[in-house]
Ligand binder design. Sequence first.
Ligand SMILES: [Zn+2]
Length: 340
Amino acid sequence: MWARLLHVALAAPAAALLAGLSGPVARAQAPDRPPAPIVVAIDPGHGGSANPHNPSQLFDPGCIGVNGVEEKDVTLDVGKRLASLLGRDDVRAVLTRTTDEYLTIAQREQTAIGSRAAFFVSIHVNSFRDPSVGGSLVLYPNAAALPFAQTLSDALGRELRQDAVADSGVQLRDNWWIHAPMPTSTVEMAYLTNPHEAALMATGGFRQQVAAAIRDGIEAFDPQIATRRAEIGAWRARHPSAPAAPTRRAHRGMVAAPLEPARSILPTVVFWMTVVCAILVVLRWPRVAIWLVVTMITLLMRMLQRAFIHRRALRRRRRALARQAGRPVRQHSVYDELWL
Ligand SMILES: [Zn+2]
């Protein structure tokens, strides 16, 4: 009886495995797939405006320049310019925001992680009480990100020298973006409290220079970008009727792309092996099976409970912030959260 059961249980995955193994052969003969573009996540810092109809709604303009320019607008414009420049080089740019909206640090980081970005660049503008202080500075969260930060800083230094913006190098800021697994940096392009630099940041020309410098830094750091671009170009030449690359336009979150990666047979095999193991466990050790199910349900309940408690705490914190502020709501920087 056991032999027969085993035979029945194994027949399905064996068939799936055979189908899977025959897959690559079929794929090898099929027309080649387009190479997947490299993904770069871009985070335009700050964002959101006061809503008179909803005083509890959070907003965060960042620093405000001596000329009235707001950080959130500069960062968004530079972010969009950078996305467009990267798109021209067949890099898929994923922006954490494309409009004037408030986002938490966790949401921004999650967009970068969720998009499986190879690199993450957060764009900011600096400020200081002394208006004579200026320069471009790149912050990095850990030692692993230092080479990336240094390459970005070098590119900014080279590009902005012509505008008399000093190169202030790199600085460790180990409470920013500490959960991002990819090389990550925060670019503080210049100071809005410095009249010369604030005037520069009001111009499209300077913003374009900053975007170009960041693009140059990213591409200098990863030669794979040039290689991939050549591969995508070669693929397009072989498929002249294929739709244009989606990377030329950047959106928040993953960009809808006809360039999809090859599918793997691994999930099918793993799924069927799990099913077989589950059947065998239930038949052979019913008690163990019941224990496993109960444990899994308990763990799931605990996770749900924790998520619920976290949400409630967040809501309480937002209400407290709104109460503190009176009306309109105090300018709350999303970066306050980093200092908790
Ligand atoms: Zn900022």
